[in-house]
Design a protein around this ligand. Structure first.
Ligand code: DGU
Ligand code: CA
Ligand code: CA
Ligand code: CA
Length: 195
């Protein structure tokens, strides 16, 4: 996990469209141009990762705005949300998203928001203090597949995995849970996990 090596202000979304963007463990501070980090749904993300590209080694500062958006798959490694904003990350279009070595704290509602049929592999995560770990967009029935492994999840007001789709699948393995609410909420085809 990074110790901050300096800070950068972000007044428009940083797009990672190919290869690897290495943040050098700098702290990225969104300006109010992107949003205020509250529950407003109209905010922009700090980063947008696309087409299998990789974002690594960065800290999102105290204004979490709409976090990180993924289009057509992508990778996130060694990343910290200092203060999760509207949500921490969103899968906006189909693909496989691989996330490892991440910490996110102090959200109000969701850590992960899944808005398209996709596979999410997330490992070595620490998530503390928000409503839920993951939400498939309310009212949607496409299939998502979620594999969460070696995560530490604590202080979720509602729970861990929530969907309205009866074709979606989620599992949590090798993880530690404390005050993490209900494991599986909604109509999952399969949902398993324990601390
Ligand atoms: O359907 O799409 O909260 O991506 C309504 C909206 C809402 C999303 C979601 C998100 O569900 O804005 O953060
Ligand atoms: Ca939202
Ligand atoms: Ca959002
Ligand atoms: Ca917050």
């Amino acid at each position: 996990t990074c110790s901050s090596t300096g800070s950068v202000s972000v007044s428009s979304t940083i797009r990672v469209t190919s290869g690897t963007y290495d943040g050098g463990c700098r702290t990225y501070n969104p300006t109010s141009d992107l949003g205020s980090g509250d529950q407003d749904e109209g905010q922009d993300p700090a980063f947008r990762v696309e087409n299998g590209a990789t974002l690594r080694n960065a800290i999102l500062g105290n204004n979490g705005v709409d976090g990180v958006h993924f289009y057509n798959g992508g990778n996130l490694e060694n990343f910290r949300w200092t203060n999760v904003g509207e949500d921490a990350f969103t899968i906006k279009s189909s693909g496989t998203v691989n996330i490892t070595g991440v910490t996110g704290v102090s959200g109000e509602d969701k850590f992960a928001q899944i808005n398209a049929a996709s596979t999410l592999n997330i490992s070595n995560c620490i998530v503390d203090g928000m409503g839920k770990f993951l939400r498939q967009n309310g009212g949607t029935t496409f299939k998502i597949t979620v594999n969460a492994d070696r995560c530490q999840i604590s202080n979720m007001g509602e729970g861990i995995f929530r969907t309205d789709s009866s074709s979606s699948v989620a599992r949590l393995t090798n993880s530690r849970l404390r005050n993490s609410g209900t494991m599986c909420i909604g109509s999952w085809a399969s949902c398993t996990g324990s601390g």
